[in-house]
Design a protein around this ligand. Structure first.
Ligand SMILES: [Zn+2]
Length: 428
């Protein structure tokens, strides 16, 4: 299914997201009809509050919150949700003990194929000291020097970490290779672990082309695109002063579209600029960051299918101005919340942490933040089979050690995720 798929990694002590998928997939291949009698079914019952993200369920809110609920799983899919007193008979039962259940988090923006870290840079920034290292270039150098095995080991480590915190779907990008071979290698490694792979050769102008940015854009839209397209679903560009301007970004995304990749954009993070308008013009699935927006930018998003993906880990870790989620939501924009997990500007794999920040500092209600981290992330990936717990959706779900999803913001920093099911299998 994935071109150039390498052999599976050595077994890890903890199950990784990848291993969980593989297990679930191999189960599914033997029981192709979803409702066959040989498919084990499970009922999770005694759920104090079930977030379905189906407004036609439960309280009728966007979260479709059902109290005293149960959820039935068959194979890798949800087959039923509702009042526990009306639950169907199943092979197995799990007692949720009066806890909350919600869809697994959909982290629609991360940069997990890298080597090295940037502890000193972070420490200097947080200590008010100047630090003249190369930022992204530091990670590019470390990533180029790393073996495939090192990159794979690093990736699976952060995936396992994210899974323990409730992330059941993640997108990840290249962007620390910036040569034809290194970008293709990063995507090949990523594609062994997720279907949501993004080609970000246009992260910054490669240091090898520092004096020839136009030549680098030609490479990104030519030979590098040819090598990377087979492994990717998406194409991304960092549209920002010091990275790529609007015309360069348009050329890069348009070339990607011509190769069957769908656009998403790092837009309006550090300054006002053309990124959001370009995202809407090209029907990008997502404009990511959206910290500096004009009213025209907000209007354009509100009248489009493009999701605004907010990444509060970046503002937290750089002490930058928060994106104004309230303004976007009030205008009718669809908002997603993601980690932006990367070793430079946001080294967190924790969606619950981002939910807490969004509620505390970006004007989101707890309900909105939980929706954005689940259904919002799914919308940013144009997926309808994840981010919700409705019949037919993948059985990707989280059991919280709390009676309500609100505790994700109410109890910041507390490891509340006490169980994770991915594709119908309990993996945490
Ligand atoms: Zn990013």
């Amino acid at each position: 299914m994935t071109p150039g798929r390498p052999p599976p990694p050595a077994p890890e002590p903890a199950p990784t997201a990848d291993q969980a998928t593989e297990d679930a997939m191999s189960n599914a291949t033997n029981v192709s009809p979803a409702h066959s009698a040989s498919t084990a079914s499970t009922l999770i019952t005694n759920i104090a509050a079930l977030v379905t993200n189906d407004p036609s369920s439960g309280d009728g809110s966007p979260l479709g919150l059902v109290q005293d609920a149960a959820i039935a799983i068959e194979g890798n899919r949800v087959v039923w949700t509702g009042d526990q007193s009306k639950a169907p008979a199943t092979d197995n039962r799990v007692d949720a003990g009066g806890r909350a259940v919600l869809p697994g988090f959909v982290d629609s923006h991360s940069h997990l194929v890298f080597a090295g870290d940037r502890t000193q840079e972070f420490n200097a920034r947080m200590s008010g000291r100047a630090y003249s290292a190369g930022g992204i270039r530091t990670t590019v150098a470390a990533t180029r020097a790393a073996s495939d095995e090192d990159l794979e080991r690093n990736l699976t480590r952060y995936l396992a970490e994210a899974l323990r915190q409730g992330t059941t779907t993640f997108e990840t990008k290249s962007g620390y290779g910036l040569t034809v071979e290194d970008e293709a290698r990063a995507l090949r490694i990523a594609a062994a672990h997720t279907d949501e792979v993004t080609y970000l050769g246009a992260h910054i102008v490669s240091p090898d082309h520092a004096d020839d940015p136009a030549g680098y854009v030609s490479l990104v839209t030519g030979e590098m695109l040819d090598a990377c397209a087979p492994y990717a679903r998406w194409i991304d560009v960092f549209c920002e002063k010091g990275a790529f301007d609007g015309d360069q970004a348009r050329a890069i995304l348009t070339a990607g579209k011509a190769r069957g990749l769908h656009p998403r954009i790092h837009a309006n993070q550090l300054s006002y600029g053309p990124g959001v308008q370009l995202a809407v013009e090209l029907d990008a699935a997502s404009a990511d960051h959206c910290t500096h927006l004009t009213s025209e930018d907000v209007d354009a998003l509100a009248n489009s299918r493009t999701v605004a993906t907010l990444l509060p880990g970046a503002e937290f870790s750089t002490r930058a101005e928060w994106p104004d989620a309230r303004r976007l939501l009030d205008a009718g924009v669809t908002v997603a919340l993601s980690t932006d997990c990367n070793p430079g500007s946001s080294f967190t794999s924790s969606v619950p942490f981002c939910v807490a920040l969004a509620v505390r500092d970006m004007g989101m209600t707890p309900d909105e933040a939980v929706w954005s981290a689940t259904a919002g992330g799914a919308a940013a990936l144009r997926r309808e089979d994840i981010g919700r717990l409705t019949p037919g959706a993948y059985a990707d779900l989280i059991l919280l050690d709390a009676p309500s999803h609100v505790h994700l913001a109410y109890r910041p920093g507390v490891p509340l995720v006490s169980g994770v099911w991915r594709r119908g299998m309990r993996v945490v």
